[in-house]
Design a protein around this ligand. Sequence first.
Ligand code: ADP
Ligand code: MG
Length: 606
Amino acid sequence: MSLKDRRLVRPATLVALLVAAWALPYGLGGYAIHVVDIALVFALLAIGMGLAMGIAGQINLAQIAFFGVGAYTTAILTTHNGLGFWPAAALAVVAAALIGLLVAIPALRMQSHYLGIVTLGLALGFINWTTNAGLAGGADGISAIPVPPMFGVDLSSEYLYYYLEVVVFAAALAFGLFVVRTSLGRRMRAMRDDPLAAGAIGAEIPLLRMTAFLLSSLYGGVAGVLYAGLIRFVAPDTFNIANMFLLLAMVVIGGRQSLVGCVIGAAGLSLVREQLVDYPTYAQLGFGVVVVLMVVFAPTGLAGIPARVRGVLERRRGSSERAALRPFQPYEAAERAGEEDGPPMLEVREVSKHFRGLRALKDVSLTVNPGEIRGIVGPNGSGKTTLFNVVSGFYRASGGRIALAGRTVSGVRPYRLSLLGLARTFQNLRLFADLTVKDNVLVALDRTRAHAIWRYVLWPVAIWRQEHRLNHQADALLARFGLTEFAGAPPGSLPYGIQRRIEIARAMAGSPRLLLLDEPAAGLNGEEVRQLAEIVRSIRDSGVTVVLIEHNMGLVMSLCERVTVLAGGTVIAEGTPAEVAGDAAVIEAYLGDSAMADLPLPEVTQ
Ligand code: ADP
Ligand code: MG
């Protein structure tokens, strides 16, 4: 298929879908259209759930409660308070969103299965409320919800109601896809893959979690309103745990990481459920079994199968045509005037870090001047990585003070440090596994703050423009690091040396002032180490201060002006590479054996 043909496929598919959606009711009987109308409500719910669970990685078993809040608020406001349908609908969506934010509060502090329990608790609480509260009508529910008025169109007809639903559904799906494919969605996906690494490159994790639940509850609220207008009757039965698990099954089977997958799952299971309506117990059991099988054998669901097949085929085709890592194109050297007069780029003053009984850092002090490449060496377990973790805000120091370019930053969160100009890499590589290489870089390039999400609703054009700009920057950055060929690949499929380089590119994407590299040469071959030295030097020449933890002494010797030696959590020596290499305490710490003292610092392999 030529490129031009491919470009025509999308609009053609869209037109075909629109025509099919328009024509569908003509071929359906009264009951069938009812099933389709309900399926559309579930599809909306599934999109919301997919956004929280699949995209943002936040377990959300409260979706059925968001749905219920939307439906019940509409019912109560129209029947008890005499509000018109649409004003009630607007308030219902707001109510669902508020409940969504309420659920998000525990999500700020806890993760995974705990979050599952909390959200499930909320769903159960809601079910309890509907069955017991007088306002909710108890087990009888609330009937006589008015037909939504719509410019004289009779929406009591389930055929005509279908068109209302299709319009809302299309808009909701388009908005969801827009979110997923742009700045906010990319960050949420990064948070799902590795919240620590995402925080280290500027993603405001707590706010992102809240946003995920907010989005989820908005979709739940809208689905609730549509349901109330369709059935015009609400009762506790609709919002029970069985339906919550049906929804979960839809999302897992369809493919939670893909909104289209969620829709397919919702549509598919809605139809299957109709077929099995006379065997509810077996149906539940069947859904359960299928969900378990999916989780084990196809965790990305039906929607993930094409990508998996493609992955297998590509691996079969083999490494023979593996693209080569292109040479790095050096940065332009920056002027280095006046740096000496300013404050140190990094100042660590008597910092300690205790893990229960273990004192990983004891009164560590060091000062790194702007434009320096500082080496940090020391035997395994001497506290080097812990020092980075404290400096980059992952751990709170047990004592001491840290300043970045003269500004005290002790106890500041990683994302704020990233915005202040700190970037780091990780000893054990923390790339976002389910994002492409380009997306990995894009997350870090994107410096918009979470509160700018209002633009998604009020001014999406700004988001488009920003995407365009970021894309150019990402292409340029990948080209600089010789990674253009791998832009579309998942990082896990690439050789180790390339992954290390992607991590440096990602760290540089945030335009840092201070770059912390934790064993960047680990696992690299000789040629790759040589290229790494060139990259680090160019980064420094561009005006970035570099602190480098490294076991490869050749690299440390050739790159660093000064070296700080840690052993047992304290600084035992500091000086030029030659000075520390001759230091008796250093040799002692490394070898514990003076017989080998005539060697320069030995290479210790991990
Ligand atoms: P290095 O990077 O120099 O090899 P680390 O900083 O990783 O050493 O570890 C220093 C010491 O702190 C080790 O004894 C390690 O077991 C301990 N340590 C590091 N992180 C933690 C943690 N999160 N909890 C408990 N102990 C830790
Ligand atoms: Mg380490």
